[in-house]
Design a protein around this ligand. Structure first.
Ligand code: IPM
Ligand code: MG
Length: 354
């Protein structure tokens, strides 16, 4: 028996997650049990908090969690630590999913939808390994204080320990062995001590345990530039929580649409994984049924592979998404006119053939 908890969340989250659910039901994976729960703003509206203890415990007891998206203007006035986004960080922290895999892959059929010229992105296949439960997102002290002179001061702390760096680097190196064997580690060691330590520890782990991996280091600002100038040079990019957030959004646009990119957040072996599209709740188009469900569906494929013991089903689902794109299926973000559900239909049709 395996279990998947769906947390559709807010905005377009429920619309895109509904297509993943349909697909999963059609695939009828033996022994897989589905359930769902409230999360983010949807949970605030009912329970007053974005993540209840009950939902957290159910997540911890599942094999995988598939999240939709959280947040929206309706909850902008909610206290900072009770916002939908705080619920997401709380869930990531509680699940201790420290390694966030964000594949930025340009499907051939979408190369012309990229913000970059076709020849720069054809064949693009970058895997970001973003540290997800540390750094400035979680560092203490943090806050907003009033100084004696009446000025206000907002502050956060970027901090990484040896073990926090090494465990995520290990994930990147292991994944590299199944790919090109190359890892580019990204920080700003020129201005941040946490970056100096990051660089030293990543290099030490490579020397000790992964001598076969070709490791390079790059400053984050240069990496942003290189991702636009010559993105094909990258295979795995290993980076911290904040740089990973920024650089993965940047790379997403080279692949055609933010609506295409899935992610997997993994912790220790045997613990549940958290899967989510990298896009947000897109309040501007929520409720219209036009959002692209591919990122959710591809996140489901990652869950099948990494947490639900169904790698063949994962490959079949990924092939179906690619075949649907090849057949010309396009939602609005990809320059087409299909609704969310019609895109789901197009993928379901291909699933029969893959
Ligand atoms: C992401 C998002 C989140 C993040 C937000 C919603 C908290 O941007 O997953 O990339 O910053 O990690
Ligand atoms: Mg982001």
């Amino acid at each position: 028996m395996t279990s998947l908890l769906l947390l559709p969340g807010d905005g377009i989250g429920p619309e895109v997650t509904a297509q993943s659910r349909r697909i999963l039901e059609a695939m009828a994976i033996p022994g897989l049990v589905l359930s769902d729960g409230l999360f983010g703003g949807a949970s605030i509206d009912v329970h007053g908090v974005p993540l209840t203890d009950e939902t957290r415990d159910r997540a911890l007891a599942s094999d995988a969690v598939l999240m939709g998206a959280v947040g929206g203007p309706q909850w902008a006035e909610v206290a900072y630590d009770k916002r939908p986004e705080a619920g997401l960080l709380g869930l990531r922290g509680a699940m201790n999913v420290y390694a966030n895999l964000r594949p930025a892959r340009c499907f051939d059929a979408l190369a012309d939808a990229s913000s970059l010229k076709r020849h720069l992105v054809e064949g693009l296949d970058i895997l970001f390994v973003r540290e997800l439960v540390g750094g400035v997102y979680f560092g203490q002290p943090r806050g907003i204080e009033t100084l004696p002179n009446g000025e206000r001061r907002g502050f956060n702390t970027q901090s990484y320990t040896t073990s926090e760096i090494r465990r995520v680097a290990k994930t990147a190196f292991e994944l590299a062995r199944g790919r090109s064997g190359r890892v580019c580690s990204v920080e700003k060691a020129n201005v941040m001590e946490s970056g100096v330590l990051w660089r030293e520890e990543v290099r030490a782990l490579r020397d000790e345990a992964f001598p076969d991996i070709v490791l390079s280091h790059m400053y984050a600002d240069n990496c942003a530039m290189q991702l636009v100038k010559a993105p094909l040079q990258f295979d795995i990019i290993l980076t911290d929580n904040l740089f990973g957030d920024l650089l993965s959004d940047l790379a997403a646009m080279s692949t055609g649409s933010l609506g295409m990119l899935p992610s997997a957040a993994l912790g220790e072996a045997g613990k549940p994984g958290l899967y989510e599209p990298i896009h947000g709740s897109a309040p501007d188009i929520a409720g219209q049924g036009v959002a692209n469900p591919c990122a959710s569906i591809l996140s489901l494929a990652m869950a099948l592979r990494h947490s639900l013991g169904a790698p063949d089903a994962a490959a079949r689902l990924e092939a179906a998404v690619e075949a649907a794109l090849d057949s010309g299926a396009r939602t609005r973000d990809l320059g087409g006119a299909l609704s969310t559900r019609e895109m789901g239909d197009a993928i379901l049709r291909q699933l029969d053939r893959c």
